[in-house]
Every structure is written in structure tokens, then in C-alpha cells.
Write a protein that binds this ligand. Structure first.
Ligand code: FAD
Ligand code: MG
Length: 359
């Protein structure tokens, strides 16, 4: 069975249409498999769990997802993030343990990527109006003004009382590139607490494959063809107990005069990232790391991003470029099968990656 990655783009359009859907089925071992689909975190949530306690596990997981949404959404007035943003340049805000943990992780990835992953990106994202109706191309002046507000080094963290402050007025945090990963890890923790041994957790393409399928084989995760329609995959990845997170330029975008403006922003230029990458997938143990690293990899590009992942222990990646080439790190080459003949699997050595720069 292939489990398709669901695009957050389509999720956005479907948001108003999706109410909670629950389906109960028996697998070929006569175990109950519960599947649930709903809309939280601004995306389509699909949970599928096997086990006697799957109903209560899914109920608890949904409750937890709402909690995380309440704490970390930039779209909710009373979230920890909105409080920090409103108090920017004024005072520190005490935040929940959850938000504190995710902000610390976000800063870690900002340091690791030297600011390619940029948790203070919100003033730029807001200019394009992603996440709301009426997306638009900002003027150069607007971009330049917003760029001055973007700097992760201005996030002041007080470890003693777990408070966060942004140094300057109008600065603004956005955990959109990492919080879904944390949420997936939390769902996994809850499922395991209820003895669930086989499940798929899909938070709008942020996937965790828990255990194995009923026939005791790995889950097959379809990797979205970034140039195809939603649900059309270009390859299959066999995994068990792994997070598989994808960032793509097709997830959330608008087009004007034939040009695509997508939601992954280059914090140096203020414009959507254009470095030849159209999708990055990270395979990791923890989804928070996968989510953080997909955005790092996407913005850093093939030359630096691929090298970063190849050199990070326990983490693997699939990078896809606009010229239809697929680059797979050494740890998962035997687990990934390219099925779309329009794409070419590139097997350069790391030394060659150092030389090659995609523009
Ligand atoms: P990723 O590729 O992982 O990250 C891209 C996102 O991160 C961008 O959308 C932007 O927000 C931010 N970003 C852009 N460039 C950078 C960069 N260089 N460094 C760091 N971050 C960057 N959407 C809604 O429309 N309505 C909602 O109510 C809503 N609520 C949400 C609540 C929460 C708690 C979260 C985490 C997200 C919410 N979203 C909402 C956002 C929505 O789900 C996004 O589409 C999603 O977060 C982006 O996920 P991704 O995996 O496609 O992107
Ligand atoms: Mg991400």
C-alpha cells in the first residue's frame, strides 16, 4: 500500500470543506484499523492507527493538536507566539513549556543553517499574505523594510523563567516551518502511550510512520512529484519508525505573470527561494528535526543543504531539482525507489556535490 503525501496547498483550499471524518475497518489480521481525517494547524490531518486503544489514542492526539495550535499559531490572537509578537521591543513574555521547547529548537536550526532557517521570518511572510486571502507581490521598499526586522539573533531567551522577547518593535516569530514536526512527535508519543504499534500520522505532509503494516513489512511513503498534481508521486520510500517530512514550492503559492511565488522565503533577499530546489524530504527519528531540516535544506540548496544532511548522523534526505533530478543521501539509497521515468536519480559523490552548484 502506498501512503500518499497530502499537499498543504490543497489542504488550504479544502479547509472549509473538511469536517472530522472517522472510518473503522478490519485489516487482514482482523485487527481494528481506525482512520481519522480533520483540519487543524491550517492543514489536513490524517491519523490511522491499529490497536484496541486506537479510538482513545486518536481522541487524545486530536486534543493535543488543538492545544499546540492554540499555543503556537500566528493566526490566533492569544497564542504564545502572538503574545511574543505583540510585546516585541517592549517586554518578555512567559510561554508554555511546549512553545519554549519549539522556539529553542528553531533557534538551534537557525544557528546550524546560519540563518537560512529563520524563525523571525514573519514580517516577510505577512507581506505576501500567505495563509490569508488576497496573496500579493510586495514592493521592493516593503521587502527592504521587512528585511531589517528579520534576525534570529534578536530572539532573547531567558532560560530561568522560560520567557521570550524579540529585541525590536515590529519583529515577529513564525514557527510554521517547525511546529508541525513537534506536533507529529507528540501524536507519536501519545499513540505509543496507548500501546499503538502500527500507525501513520500525517499532518499535511509531515508524516510519521509508526511500526509496520499488518503484514509486518515497512510502510511505503509516496514522495510527491513537485511538478505533478497532488497525490502524484515520483518515488516510494520504505520506512518504519521514521519521520518523513517534505517542504515543497508546490505546497503554498500563487502565480503572477507566469512566475511562481511560493512560501519558503530566502531570508537574505526577502523573495521566495529560487536555487533550483523544488522539494526537500527529510527522513529522521524525530519529526521536529525533519521539519526544521527540510526548510534548512530547501533554503541552503543542493550544494550546502545536501552536504549538511549527509554529514548529520541519523538523518537522510531526498532533494529534487527543477531540472528533474533526484538526489538521495547514502543512508536511504536502498530504501528509495524512483518510479517516475521523467526524473533522473543522481548518484554523485559528496565531493562532486561540493563542486556542483545549482542555480
Ligand atoms: P515548511 O516548508 O516546513 O515551512 C514553510 C513555512 O515556514 C512558511 O509557510 C512560513 O510560514 C515559514 N517560513 C518561510 N520561509 C522560512 C524560512 N526561511 N525559515 C523559517 N521559516 C520560514 N495556516 C493557515 O492558513 N491557517 C491557519 O490557521 C494556520 N494555523 C497554523 C497553526 C500552527 C501552529 C502552525 C505550525 C501552522 C499553521 N498554519 C496555518 C500554517 C500552515 O499549516 C503552513 O502551510 C505550514 O506551517 C507550512 O508548512 P510546510 O510543511 O508546507 O512548510
Ligand atoms: Mg519545515
Amino acid at each position: 500500500m502506498i501512503y500518499y503525501i497530502v499537499s498543504a496547498g490543497i489542504a488550504f483550499i479544502l479547509s472549509a470543506l473538511i469536517s472530522m471524518k472517522v472510518i473503522s475497518q478490519k485489516n487482514n489480521k482482523n485487527q481494528e484499523v481506525l482512520s481519522m481525517q480533520t483540519y487543524i494547524l491550517g492543514t489536513v490531518i490524517q491519523l490511522r492507527a491499529t490497536g484496541k486503544k486506537s479510538k482513545v489514542a486518536i481522541d487524545k492526539a486530536i486534543k493535543r493538536l488543538y492545544e499546540i495550535d492554540d499555543k503556537m499559531s500566528v493566526f490566533k490572537n492569544n497564542s504564545d507566539i502572538s503574545k511574543i509578537n505583540k510585546s516585541a521591543g517592549i517586554r518578555p513574555e512567559k510561554v508554555s513549556e511546549d512553545t519554549y521547547y519549539v522556539i529553542k529548537k528553531a533557534i538551534q536550526y537557525a544557528h546550524l543553517s546560519q540563518g537560512a532557517f529563520e524563525p523571525t521570518i514573519r514580517p516577510l511572510v505577512k507581506l505576501y499574505n500567505f495563509g490569508n486571502e488576497g496573496t500579493r507581490i510586495p514592493s521592493k521598499e516593503e521587502i527592504n523594510k521587512a528585511l531589517k526586522l528579520v534576525n534570529y539573533k534578536d530572539v532573547i531567551i531567558n532560560d530561568e523563567n522560560k520567557s521570550i522577547m524579540l529585541r525590536n518593535k515590529d519583529q515577529s516569530l513564525d514557527l510554521g516551518a517547525i511546529a508541525k514536526g513537534y506536533a507529529a512527535d507528540e501524536v507519536k508519543r501519545i499513540f505509543e502511550g496507548y500501546g499503538i504499534k502500527s500507525a501513520i500520522i500525517d499532518l499535511g505532509g509531515n508524516i510519521y510512520a509508526l511500526g509496520k503494516k499488518a503484514d509486518n513489512t515497512s510502510w511505503n511513503i509516496g514522495i510527491q512529484n513537485p511538478l505533478g498534481s497532488t497525490g502524484q508521486y515520483l518515488g516510494v520510500l520504505g520506512v518504519s519508525n521514521k519521520s518523513v517530512v517534505t517542504s515543497g514550492n508546490y505546497e503554498r503559492y500563487f502565480e503572477e505573470d507566469g512566475k511562481r511565488y511560493h512560501h519558503i522565503i530566502n531570508p537574505k533577499t526577502g523573495y521566495p527561494c529560487e536555487n533550483g530546489i523544488i522539494s526537500t524530504t527529510i527522513i529522521s527519528d524525530y519529526s521536529i528535526d525533519g521539519d526544521g531540516l527540510t526548510t534548512c535544506g530547501y533554503v541552503m540548496g543542493l550544494k550546502y543543504g545536501f552536504k549538511l544532511i549527509e554529514n548529520t548522523r541519523g538523518v537522510d534526505a531526498i532533494f529534487i531539482t527543477s531540472d528533474r533530478k533526484v538526489y538521495v543521501t547514502s543512508g536511504i539509497r536502498d530504501k528509495f525507489t524512483l518510479t517516475n521515468k521523467e526524473y533522473l536519480l543522481q548518484e554523485y559523490s559528496l565531493e562532486e556535490y561540493y563542486e556542483k552548484e545549482v542555480v
